[in-house]
Design a protein around this ligand. Sequence first.
Ligand code: GP9
Ligand code: MN
Length: 433
Amino acid sequence: KKSELDTVHDFTKAHYAAPNDKMYGIAKGKNVIVIHLESFQQFLIDKKIDGKEVTPFLNKLYHSQSTYAFKNFFHQVGQGKTSDAENMLETSTYGLSTGSLFSQLGSDNTFQAAPAILNQRGNYSSAVFHGNVASFWNRNNTYKNMGYQYFFDASYFDTTGDKSTGYGLKDKLLFKHSVQYLERLQQPFYVKYITVTNHFPFTLDEEDTDFKTTDTSDSAINGYFQTAHYLDQSIQEFYQYLEKAGLLKNSMIVLYGDHYGLSNSENDTLAPILGKSADDWSSFDNAQLQRVPFMVNLPGTTGGKIESTYGGEIDVLPTLLHLLGISSKRYIQFGTDLFSKDHDQTVAFRNRDFVTPKYTVLNDTVYDNHTGEEVDTSDDEALQKRIDKLQKKVNKELSLSDSLNTKNLLRFYTPKDFKAVDASDYNYADELE
Ligand code: GP9
Ligand code: MN
């Protein structure tokens, strides 16, 4: 009888997408800097308020020839929010249907995650920088099981007084004071910065913003543009530090939004700001707003462009591995390389809704992406059949990911040459030698 692990593995093997020759290894040996843009939605890109760009620096990166940017990239988080996004990026498996995988399984599960893979296949060191306490989302335990060597949390920084907002150290200060540690990491490194300032309820001290924002009835919407503007400035400053430290030219910088900042209940107030009418705002529109940035920036290169491929957070790890010239074939991963011609463009949300380049399917209602209108499939049997097939695949993918994670099946799986992670190798109270 086939084991549960075999069932999962059969699925991911069949789903695997071979790399694109043109992209494979283009960033081989480079440092990897992942910048987690808290609560950052794609609609902020190129958005102007009163004629002023909200995020001028990120806009420049988005349009730069040195950036592969994706305009149809969706977040896929559930209740674990930031931690679900992190889990997808590090492992290419989904978060759980309820709660946070980090909190529920992060202390005990076996992971075959990015830091360990990169360390073992490319001799990468690894670290996370985050201005909140290490225990939030059970990161301190989960990161060790993922093989992160260092975790520079709030305890490494001065977070007193007006240096912090609700979720910790202000982003500008995190970037500024992290460089002393970053510079001392052995290269190549794989590091992740988790920003916090652009987080609900999107408040800032007056001294941190002069951005003239909207004047809606919803203070979260008004604040959102200001904290996003602050985040944008903090990234610009970080680029300056990287340049000064000589790290920019040999790094691949990956920027992504983890999930929505403004919730569905706020979206009809937001609609007019996006040039839409609040009256015919629908679930379809809410789903389209779940787009978040995904950009791969290779400073000093050309050839980048804005890609229209559909994808989501689950696809990031195989994509990055292939850019680094590391095959993802031997691992159990649910996403597929965004640059592959076999990339699967069906984007599953955690609640089993899904988006394809043509259709958005929400609770069995099919919308045409082009018109935004509901499609009556009752007189189009062929279409309904195609949708049913996609829905089945989405359900299967999510449930296989759940069984892999909730039953800790990776402890029975050893990818070729993979050395299991031993969490006791790491102690995040240690400073760098
Ligand atoms: C907290 C931060 C926020 O450390 O990462 O998490 P979220 O509330 O967005 O899940
Ligand atoms: Mn978040």
